[in-house]
Design a protein. Sequence first.
Length: 158
Amino acid sequence: MITKEIPDAHAKDDERLARFVDRLVGQTDVRDTVQMIFLDLAAAAFERVKNNPPSLIHVPQDYHTYINSPDWTERKRRYFEIREKQCALCFTRRNIDLHHIRYSDRGNEPDSDLVAVCRYHHEQFHRMYGVSGDMRREWQEFSGMLRRSDVESGMIEG
């Protein structure tokens, strides 16, 4: 049972999720199950952050300079040259960011330290976990949490 209500700001996300699931399966019982799983996960994440806020570190100015540089533009181009430009979590192709899982080796990031995600999931990740130099464990937890809910709901095969 869901113990926390999700703020009204998420109503549009809930509606989009319902439409997406309806389009995939067209069955009300599956849609309700997916919504319940999604809301349970969101409530659990909210509680976790509320009770144990992430320790945010100051991202150095040179990081922001790099992200806005021609070097980063070229790095993204090379990444997407061999990969699809779609979210690794929800598979949308709109508003795609290239997320750093580790912030070391700026300018020489191995592809394994980067992942394509939609803006919604990128911002959701950083709201939940903040920013630190090495976020591999947090990314594994975050992406696994979303994938588990998809498998349990039957949206993807396990």
